[in-house]
Design a protein around this ligand. Structure first.
Ligand code: C2E
Ligand code: MG
Ligand code: MG
Ligand code: MG
Length: 291
């Protein structure tokens, strides 16, 4: 693997620059202290198995409670953390925290749930990524099959390098999901090379289903392709029953979205596990998907 570099610093416009470079620099400074000051925490969003109505897995989503600005969204600070290299210690903290939490749920007697953790591009270039994951699994004593890493495809790493890295990660016994599938630099050619377990259909495709025929066609195509490749497919960003209904008809078995739950705290996961299960059953019964 090539040494990790910080590409194209300040060279092109990013949405968070709209408030001004000065503001971004201030945020970056604060970001440097945020880890030591305990300002990060993780929320978890359930991924529901529509066949069983159970929470199959939860996705860990990092949050930053800034001392004066309040909540800063990850879409804003993750790219900054990437550019200044902070994503490496932050990513490690996120992974360790999520694995520890998965163990806590297990000890509380909750039914088995995988925990999905987002990896950012910078982490894919991290020299000791595989060792780090292995070490965290070892220290937290989490069964590797309960960890799923979410990656997004990117042009900056070539397919051979990426394939090798993913094989090394898979050898640890963990699962790999491709996040935001269909956006960015996703290409079909890597689907046959990469040892992946799951595709996550990006929210932008699902948003206008079932009203936009083009989006409908794309979503149906992704689901059927995933099934033929024997990949699990998760639809992200489901807010409406109509969307759910369309996905069920299309054969999608897993969904994640506000319809069933927003990202919530680990305590809320524990407390609402049963309620959520009931709500899923209720909705599926209404749709006459189950009797
Ligand atoms: P993502 O990994 O694709 O995560 C899904 C995002 O969609 C989350 O936003 C989630 O809250 C949101 N979402 C889920 N269901 C719905 C829905 O029904 N409606 C709407 N409107 N939104 C929904 P969030 O938490 O703001 O995270 C945004 C992005 O920031 C993530 O996209 C991911 O790329 C990045 N991110 C978040 N947490 C982490 C992390 O721990 N590590 C890394 N590297 N990136 C992260
Ligand atoms: Mg994700
Ligand atoms: Mg996504
Ligand atoms: Mg994303």
């Amino acid at each position: 693997r090539e040494a990790r570099q910080i590409p194209q610093r300040f060279l092109f416009y990013k949405p968070y620059m709209s408030k001004g470079i000065a503001d971004r620099i201030l945020l970056e400074q604060d970001l440097h202290n945020a880890l030591a000051n305990n300002e990060f925490y993780l929320d978890y969003q359930p991924q529901v198995n529509l066949k069983t109505g159970t929470i199959e897995s939860v996705e860990a989503l990092v949050r930053w409670r800034h001392p004066t600005r309040g909540f800063v969204p990850p879409d804003v600070f993750i790219p900054i953390a990437e550019e200044c290299g902070l994503i490496i210690p932050l990513g490690k903290w996120i992974l360790e925290n999520a694995c520890t939490q998965a163990k806590i749920w297990e000890k509380q007697g909750l039914p088995p749930m995988k925990v999905a953790v987002n990896l950012s591009l910078g982490q894919l270039f991290q020299q000791d990524l595989v060792e780090m994951v292995q070490d965290i699994l070892h220290r937290t004593n989490l069964d590797p099959s309960f960890l799923q890493l979410e990656i997004t495809e990117s042009m900056t790493m070539n397919i051979d390098q990426m394939t090798q890295l993913l094989h090394e990660l898979k050898a640890l016994g963990i699962q790999i999901a491709v996040d935001d599938f269909g956006t960015g630099y996703s290409s079909l050619s890597y689907l046959k090379e990469f040892p992946i377990d799951c595709l996550k259909i990006d929210r932008t495709f699902v948003r206008n289903v079932p009203h936009n025929p083009n989006d409908e066609a794309l979503v149906s195509m992704i689901i059927s392709m995933a099934k033929h490749l024997r990949l699990k497919v998760v639809a992200e960003g489901i807010e409406e029953v109509e969307q759910l209904s369309f996905l069920i008809d299309g054969g999608c078995d897993y969904i994640q979205g506000y319809l069933f739950s927003k990202p919530i705290s680990p305590q809320q996961i524990t407390e609402t596990y049963k309620d959520l299960h009931h709500r899923v059953e209720e909705v599926l019964t209404q749709l006459q998907y189950i009797e």
